[in-house]
Design a protein. Sequence first.
Length: 394
Amino acid sequence: MNHKEEPNLYRILSVFAVIVFTVVLTAVLCVRGHFYKDEWLCVVFLDIVFLSVYVFEMEYERRQGLLSSNQQTNFVRVSIVYSICALLTAVMAFLPEVFRPVMLTPVLLCGVSTPLLAVTAGLYFDLLLGLSAGADFYVFAGLCLLTLLGAVLGRALEKGKYRIWIAALFFMISILVPAVLYEFAFKQMGAAVYLGGAASGLLTAAAAVFIYPSLYRDSEEEVGNRFYDIVSEDYSEVRALKDFSEKEYRHAVMVADVAYRCGKKMGFDEGLCLSGGFYYRLGFWVGEPYIDKGVERAAKLCFPQRLIELLTEYYGSQKLPSSPESALVHMVDVLVSKLEKGITENDKGAGDREFLVYQTLNELSQTGIYDHSGMSMNQFLKVREFLAKEEKLK
């Protein structure tokens, strides 16, 4: 079942930050360039065109799962780095033309987004810089070429073994490109061009070696970190669950804990098992229809796509479990729910919780509910054995 995606506050605020810092950059450069009113108006029109395309591309690439490999990314990292790059560009407007490290923008943005978003922002910032300084063709061409090369090399920075060599290329390019175009523009070579290029190259190389890895690592780990962030004690939804029902909270904690430890033992994605176990009954906290409401709530909170998919498979009502993690969370939730109902000595197997686990999981397996989960029979047997020995289920 496809669930309609609703606007998300995090994304709205992130897009708003991109718009605000673009306007701030534009205003600074227009003041710097002593623009007339009609020129201000023309730049405003350019901003509208650029922002329309840029925001569309952000949303498009998010929906394609190209940002952090996650359709539910909240744009926060992109907006923060974009804002920093806009501020750096504003500072560059007050620096000598021979020292404008424009390659910083694509390098930094490649760490949190995609090369296309990086080069688009970089080229537009170059355009604004050129307009504000009244730069001739060669100066503007130099800025654009540096940005394009920065985006191309920035994409390759994700491979750690190439970073030192790419940093060396940044240094060389920062010297040679401005020097060549300066010769075309002014028919002379100047020591200031080489010195400015060297300083710019060192700055870009340092960003590539020391700043980019941190940005890229955080982006790559966004989904994994998110699994843990949303089950922390101080997370808003966790606090809301405590206020809503202490019983539901204890249930969520137990399912999450058992699923996490079993998933880790099995080599599954333990973060997904943890968060999936905790939020498996999210729909019950929100209201009917439970699955639809739970999925809508998860999307509003920017939960990772894999977690949202797991929630759509609640008890196989609408979709059967499609991953080992989803199957495991279902097993644990069933067992914990049985324990919470207070099994008496008169119940079959009540005196032997280990027998209860074997019996329950065997019955579930025979229904075929896990046939499309990707969990092999060998894995199922190991999961069953783990849960049968689990102290919290005894």
